[in-house]
Design a protein around this ligand. Structure first.
Ligand code: HEM
Length: 117
């Protein structure tokens, strides 16, 4: 059970890596676009995160306040990705504040995961 949980954590981290990595590629190349890989990363992190939010394969209590905050941040990132993709289709670009918020909120959720125990 514990090993299975570690595998789901790995999948969760792959989702995070895809979302943040896809965003970083856009930022470094100064394209500032919302890409399909960001949506896939968020979806993978969300599904694995929800599976991990259930208390199985562990002997300690989960911090549900922290998980609730992470879920709210994840929904906010999803909304930004959706709005960004729609704006991109219509205008050909994403507002800079929206683009930077996607990276900042992704990093915030990783920070919450690691720092808030
Ligand atoms: C973009 C959104 C998210 C990002 C970037 C993210 C990032 C991370 C990272 C980096 C870790 C590893 C930290 C560690 O080793 O303890 C982690 C763990 C975890 N995440 Fe997320 N997360 C996200 C969304 C969520 C959501 C929505 C949930 C559930 C509501 C969730 C539940 C968990 C749980 C339960 C763990 C701990 C795994 C364990 O030690 O058993 N995450 N997350």
């Amino acid at each position: 059970m514990e090993t299975l949980r570690h595998i789901v954590v790995l999948v969760h981290l792959v989702g995070f890596a895809l979302l943040f990595g896809a965003w970083a590629v856009e930022a470094v190349n100064r394209r500032f676009e919302v890409t399909r890989l960001m949506h896939w990363g968020l979806l993978i992190a969300a599904v694995a995160g929800l599976v991990l939010a259930a208390p199985w394969g562990i002997e300690y209590d989960l911090n549900y306040a922290k998980l609730g905050v992470k879920l709210v941040v994840l929904v906010a990132i999803g909304a930004l990705l959706g709005i960004g993709a729609a704006r991109q289709r219509r205008n050909g670009s994403v507002p800079p504040a929206l683009f930077w918020s996607i990276g900042a909120l992704t990093l915030l959720n990783a920070g919450i995961a690691l720092i808030w125990r």
